[in-house]
Design a protein around this ligand. Structure first.
Ligand code: UDP
Length: 339
C-alpha cells in the first residue's frame, strides 16, 4: 500500500488521481485537513473506493505510528506541509514544527516499520535568489525564507538517512504549479488564495469588480514583471508516478527539478487569462511583494533524461482547466453559504 501524506491538498490529490490512472489502487491518504478539504477526499473516493483516508497530524508521532501499525505501507509520497512563503516569515515556528519536525516523525516511523522509499515534495524555493537561470539541480541552495529553509532541511535529513539507514528518497523540486484536473473534479483550493492564476480568475469572476494586482512592474525582465515557470498540475502528478517507479526499479536516491524550462511574465499570464475567459479583467500595478526574485525557471534536462518526463500541457491548458475549476468552486462555496 502507498501512503500519501497531504493527499487532501492541491498537489497530493491530483497525484492520487494519476496513481489510480496508472493502476495503483491501494492508496491510503493521511491528512490533517488543516489546509486540505474533506470534499476533495470524497471526490477521490468517488473515482475509486479503494482510496482510504485517515485524518491525523504528522506532528503527533502516535497518529502516524497507528497508520503504519495498521497497514502494510510499502512507500510514501510525502506532500503534507505548510507552503505559504509570507506566513513562513512571520510564523517560522509553524513551518519548522510542521514541515521539519512532522517529517522527522514520518521518517522515524518509516524506519521503525522498515519502510524505506519516499518521494518528497521539495521546491525551487530551496535555491533562494538565483545566481543564474535556467536553474539546474547543481545550483547552490540558499533559501531566503523559512519555507524554503524547512524544505532544504528535510532534503538534508533524507540524505543523511540514506547514508546511515538506507532510506531511499526522490526529492522533486517544483517550480510554479498551475491548473486543475481536466475533468474538473478537483483543483486548487487555498484559503486564503495568494497564487497568481487563481487570484486573476477570482478577479475575473468577482461580482464587485475586485481588480487583480500585479506586484511590481519595474523588474529587469522583458516587460518589467516577474518571470516564473508554470508547470501543469497533471504533468507534475505524472512526475511523482515516474519518480515512484524509478525508486522501485533503481532503489537509489536522487533529486529532480520539475519545470517546463519556459518562463512567463505575470503580464503574459494575465493576458492568457483574458484570452481564455474572453473578457477584460480589472487590473492595477502595485509595488513589489517582498521576497520575489525577478526570474525563476528550470533547467529540467535531468528529469527528462532520467525519468523520461515531459510536460504535455501549455500555460493556456493550465489556465483553461483552472478557470473551469474556479467556476465550480465558486458555485460550491455559494451553495455552502446559502445552505
Ligand atoms: N503575483 C502578482 N499578483 C498576485 C499574486 C502573485 O503579481 O496577486 C506575482 C508574484 O509577485 C510572482 C508571481 O505572480 O511574481 C507568482 O506568484 P505566486 O504567488 O503565484 O507564486 P510564487 O512565485 O510566489 O511561488
Amino acid at each position: 500500500m502507498i501512503l500519501v501524506t497531504g493527499g487532501a491538498g492541491y498537489i497530493g490529490s491530483h497525484t492520487v488521481i494519476n496513481f489510480l490512472n496508472n493502476g495503483i489502487k491501494d492508496i491510503l491518504i493521511f491528512d490533517s485537513l488543516e489546509t486540505g478539504h474533506i470534499e476533495t477526499i470524497k471526490e477521490l473516493q468517488k473515482i475509486s473506493s479503494s482510496v482510504k483516508f485517515v485524518q491525523g497530524n504528522l506532528r503527533n508521532a502516535d497518529d502516524i505510528d497507528t497508520v503504519f501499525a495498521n497497514n502494510k505501507i510499502d512507500a510514501v509520497i510525502h506532500f503534507a506541509a505548510f507552503a505559504l512563503v509570507g506566513e513562513s516569515v512571520t510564523n517560522p515556528r509553524k513551518y519548522y514544527d510542521n514541515n521539519v519536525a512532522g517529517t522527522l516523525n514520518l521518517l522515524n516511523t518509516m524506519l521503525n516499520y522498515n519502510c524505506k522509499k519516499i518521494v518528497f515534495s521539495s521546491t525551487c524555493a530551496t535555491y533562494g535568489e538565483p545566481e543564474y537561470t535556467p536553474i539546474d539541480e547543481e545550483h547552490p541552495q540558499a533559501p531566503i525564507n523559512p519555507y524554503g529553509a524547512s524544505k532544504l532541511m528535510v532534503e538534508r535529513i533524507m540524505k543523511d538517512y540514506d547514508t546511515a539507514y538506507g532510506l531511499k528518497s526522490i526529492k522533486l523540486r517544483y517550480f510554479n504549479v498551475a491548473g486543475a484536473d481536466t475533468a474538473t473534479r478537483i483543483g486548487e483550493w487555498h484559503e486564503p488564495e495568494t497564487h497568481v492564476i487563481p487570484t486573476i480568475l477570482k478577479s475575473a469572476l468577482s461580482e464587485t469588480g475586485t481588480s487583480f494586482k500585479i506586484f511590481g512592474s519595474d523588474y529587469e525582465t522583458i516587460d518589467g514583471t516577474c518571470i516564473r515557470d508554470y508547470v501543469n498540475i497533471e504533468d507534475l502528478a505524472e512526475a511523482h508516478f515516474l519518480a515512484y517507479s524509478y525508486l522501485n526499479k533503481e532503489n537509489s536516491s536522487d533529486v529532480f527539478n520539475v519545470g517546463t524550462e519556459h518562463g512567463d511574465s505575470v503580464k503574459k499570464v494575465f493576458e492568457v487569462c483574458e484570452k481564455v475567459i474572453g473578457k477584460e479583467i480589472p487590473v492595477e500595478m502595485v509595488s513589489r511583494r517582498a521576497g520575489d526574485p525577478a526570474k525563476l525557471y528550470a533547467n529540467a534536462d535531468k528529469i527528462k533524461n532520467t525519468l523520461g518526463w515531459t510536460p504535455k500541457h501549455t500555460l493556456q491548458d493550465s489556465i483553461s482547466s483552472a478557470y473551469a475549476w474556479e467556476k465550480k468552486l465558486n458555485a460550491m462555496l455559494d451553495t455552502t453559504l446559502i445552505s
